[in-house]
Design a protein around this ligand. Structure first.
Ligand code: KG4
Ligand code: ZN
Length: 351
């Protein structure tokens, strides 16, 4: 079965053709980073316009690279939540038009729930061997822990109460004078030889004793104060922005990364402690920050210490893509069937 996936929830226009939910026949991603870079973040109206210009050529490219024709496609899957409404509407409209004109089923996919599926793409891992599983999504918009009984049956156990971890990485990068999106740049700086991850002690939020939620705003503020000093009563910072030596910049990047990764692993530890019923067999991770080299290492250690099979996406499937949408879409079609043409764009995740 061939599913065409379409993704346009934020600043990537993407289309993919995936066979039987697992084998990626093509995956095309057009990033808009160049459009938003000068604003230091995604500008919704610019994102929608860029999606509208790109969606048709990107779908055509995905079909061509898969060496199929539209007539060979069995179903259309589209990310319909969460995201920027104007951006989502572009992908949803394209998906509905294709579904209606080709007479093929349409299925709406929750983008956040699709991220963990990315780790199953192009692998032979047997789905039945992995569940129940701990699901972890660490992305630019979400930081969530799930109890997953199956790939489509998720209960959220914890989520961020303020910023997502990727958002914190991007803000930290801006504080350190690095361009947007900053996650990969912090990762690179922190990986340089001689980067000292203990140069500055930054806070790791714990919240309540049993809380599985995340908070990254205190970490961002602590980094800001480490760079600019603590503001006086007049609200003015003692230090100017942009006065960091390369050595200080990489030490701060490494110290930030250490604290951010500790926060994630700490909550995973609590998740295992509090888990009731059949023990988890796997830790399935997705989202842009799952590309982070330190987090990948720490998750590896965590998984082997807790006897969990670790499912991490290949680097190209960590950030937003349509292959994960097509993959989970195939699974949803098999378990709960298609949606109709009233499928709506929703700003929030289902859970
Ligand atoms: O999953 P994603 O593409 O978008 C959302 O669904 O939000 O994640 C994008 C986020 C950005 O915040 C980006 O800085 C972060 O993933 N990111 C990284 C790395 N690569 C991407 N953060 C840390 N280290 C990386 N190597
Ligand atoms: Zn995403």
């Amino acid at each position: 079965m061939l599913v065409l996936g379409i993704e346009s929830s934020c600043d990537e226009t993407a289309a993919a053709v995936v066979e039987d939910g697992r084998r990626v026949r093509s995956s095309v991603v057009a990033s808009q980073h160049d459009i938003h870079a000068e604003y230091g973040g995604v500008v919704p109206e610019l994102a929608s316009r860029a999606h509208a210009e790109r969606i048709t050529p990107i779908v055509r490219q995905a079909i061509a690279e898969a060496h199929v024709s539209l007539a060979d496609i069995d179903a259309i899957a589209v990310g319909h939540r969460p995201g920027l409404i104007g951006a989502l509407l572009v992908g949803i409209s394209a998906a509905k038009a294709l579904s209606w004109s080709l007479g093929k089923p349409l299925v709406g996919v929750d983008h956040v729930h699709a991220h963990p599926w990315a780790g199953l793409l192009d692998t032979d891992a047997r789905i039945d061997d992995l569940f129940p599983a701990v699901g972890l999504v660490v992305s630019g918009g979400h930081s969530s822990i799930y109890r997953a009984e199956t790939p489509t049956d998720l209960v959220r156990l914890g989520a961020t109460i303020d910023d997502a971890v990727g958002e914190a990485y991007d803000t930290a990068a801006a504080i350190l004078g690095l361009p947007h999106p900053g996650g990969p740049r912090i990762d690179a700086l922190a990986s340089e030889p001689h980067a000292d991850d203990r140069a500055v002690e930054l806070p790791v939020s714990r919240l309540g004793k049993k809380s599985l939620d995340f908070s990254f705003s205190g970490l961002k503020t602590a980094l800001l104060y480490a760079v600019r000093g603590v503001p006086g009563r007049d609200g003015v910072f003692p230090n100017e922005a942009g006065e960091l030596s390369p050595e200080r910049q990489r030490n701060l990047a490494a110290s930030f990364q250490r604290a951010a990764c500790r926060a994630v692993v700490l909550k995973l530890g609590r998740t295992i402690e509090q888990w009731a019923g059949d023990p988890p067999r796997a830790l399935i991770v997705g989202g842009g920050v799952s590309a982070n080299s330190r987090l990948r290492r720490e998750l590896q250690e965590f998984a082997s210490a807790h006897d969990l099979r670790l499912i991490l996406p290949e680097l190209r499937y960590c950030v937003d893509n349509a292959a994960m949408i097509a993959g989970l879409g195939a699974q949803l079609l098999a378990t709960r069937g298609p949606d109709d043409l009233t499928l709506r764009a929703m700003p929030t995740t289902a859970c």
